[in-house]
Design a binder for this molecule. Structure first.
Ligand code: SD4
Length: 340
């Protein structure tokens, strides 16, 4: 079937299924792909192994019949508040000037979205992004404007730089080399850098989707640098008719291809979540294969029917899944074999 015909067929089918409230992909379980779709039940998935505890918090909302957007906000607040997680919220690694600057965004089932970038002194960047979405005519606030907005709205001013992150930053200053290169060993569970941005997407019992993404960004970035995570379409995208996607890794690579939006659009064309993530990864490789070999990017996606999948440039990208059947962490497939 030509791509065009497949697209038309998919659009018609998905449109009809949405109208009929049916689960189009309930029968798409494919052996080694760990879909475990539970028909008409909520699901939440998130990046990295610490996503498991974040998913558990999201699940408390979902199991009570709550909205996906509320669930993902609650979920990602867990790593944001964890000082031991050095890539999100409190305890995040600082920029090269020693300042912890946070990026976050959130999106609901109606294309409503809110975002903050380079936010300082506030632990729950995701809730500030939520407030931007709910209370302002804007989508994105950055820097001092974002911080001022948060403090004016009752968020507490805190020091986010923990002694550990400060000590590591001071050590880094001795060489001051910015090298966001892949480091497989350290990204594996137990490795020193295995904690990373959290991107989370969910579907609630009414079949509505939501997503959230929050991070302190690349360690020792230039002050004012913004990654993919707070950029709607790059670090996160939710289209309630099709699905949702999120990303982790070197944000510059994701921004260039508007990665999460690309993944959702590929699912719109009929690709399964894992295949859509793989295509997005291949787009990064096609642009600059030499660069792609050296960095990590991972995508994670959920379609409207509860099927999920992930794909990464390198080994080591894990993701956590929670639905009525599964509560586990899986490793994504990846493009480059170790050492090549
Ligand atoms: C960023 N994507 O700021 C984030 C950071 C990240 O693995 O996920 N690092 O570019």
């Amino acid at each position: 079937m030509s791509d065009r015909r497949r697209f038309v067929k998919f659009s018609l089918l998905s449109g009809a299924a949405v109208l009929a409230g049916k689960n189009l992909f309930a029968k798409t379980d494919k052996g080694d792909r760990k879909y475990d779709v539970v028909k008409d039940q909520p699901i939440v998935i998130s990046t990295w192994d610490f996503g498991k505890v974040a998913n558990a918090a999201a699940w408390t909302v979902l199991k009570k019949g709550g909205r996906a957007v509320d669930a993902v906000e609650e979920g990602v607040k867990v790593p944001e508040a964890d000082p031991k997680n050095q890539s999100v919220g409190l305890g995040g690694r600082p920029d090269r000037d020693g300042r912890v600057t946070l990026d976050a965004c959130i999106m609901d089932e109606n294309y409503k979205c809110g975002s903050v970038a380079a936010l300082e002194h506030v632990v729950h960047a995701i809730s500030v992004a939520r407030l931007v979405m709910e209370k302002t005519p804007h989508v994105m606030l950055v820097g001092d404007g974002a911080t001022q907005f948060a403090l004016e709205n009752g968020f507490k001013k805190e020091n986010l730089l923990t002694p550990k992150s400060e000590e590591e930053w001071k050590e880094w200053l001795k060489t001051s080399k910015y090298e966001p290169k892949k480091n497989i060993e350290n990204m594996m569970p137990g490795g020193k850098d295995n904690h990373d941005t959290i991107g989370m997407v969910a579907m609630d019992k009414n079949g509505n989707m939501g997503g959230a993404c929050t991070t302190s960004g690349m360690a020792y970035k230039m002050h004012g640098r913004v990654g993919d995570s707070p950029i709607i379409g790059a670090g996160l995208y939710v289209d309630n008719e099709i699905g949702a996607a999120t990303s982790t890794g070197v944000g510059e690579e994701v921004i260039r291809i508007v990665g999460s939006h690309l993944v959702v659009e590929l699912m719109r064309q009929g690709l399964e979540p894992e295949d859509a993530c793989k295509r997005a990864v291949e787009r990064i490789i096609a642009r600059n294969p030499e660069k792609a070999k050296e960095v990590q990017v991972g995508f994670l996606a959920l379609n409207k029917n509860g099927a999920y999948g992930a794909y990464a440039l390198q080994k080591g990208f894990s993701y956590a899944v929670k639905n009525g059947n599964v509560e586990d962490v899986f490793f994504a497939k990846y493009f480059y074999d170790d050492g090549k």
